[in-house]
Design a protein around this ligand. Structure first.
Ligand code: ZN
Length: 141
């Protein structure tokens, strides 16, 4: 496994990933919905990998839902960085990481554009379950 660490700018939210392949073989998905374009976000995830998110001060972490409202974007209220997006289903958390919160995306391969906003609500969920981390631990201190 390949360990990769990311964080928001101020360090309030840390992310530890274990990827099944070398990081440069991943192509972050640059979502073209309005919200993600405003953040210039591109997402990395690995259903064979795992993700731990550590939140030092939960009062300084924020959640925002848009679109179909099923997933929540996680950001730091202190420095404003969007670190990723997650979705909970039947006790399991699925998540994808904003590649920009990992050394500006440098460890990863070229980005590809993605348009999940064109999918129906149920197709989105299927996509997340197929693509996102499914071993996710969000820890608040
Ligand atoms: Zn921060």
């Amino acid at each position: 496994m390949f360990p990769v660490r990311g964080s928001c700018h101020c360090g309030n939210i840390l992310m530890d990933m274990e990827l099944a392949r070398a990081p440069d073989t991943y192509q972050p998905r640059a979502c073209n919905c309005d919200f993600c374009r405003q953040h210039n976000a591109a997402y990395v995830s690995d259903p064979q990998g795992s993700l731990a998110i550590w939140i030092k001060d939960q009062n300084l972490s924020g959640k925002y839902s848009q679109g179909s409202g099923q997933a929540a974007f996680l950001f730091c209220k202190h420095c404003g960085v969007l670190v990723g997006v997650y979705y909970s289903h039947e006790g399991r958390v699925y998540a994808a990481v904003n590649a920009r919160a990992v050394q500006g995306g440098k460890p990863f391969g070229p980005e590809q554009s993605a348009s999940p906003q064109t999918l129906s609500a149920s197709d989105k969920v299927q996509r997340w379950q197929a693509l996102w981390f499914s071993s996710v631990n969000i820890v608040c201190c």
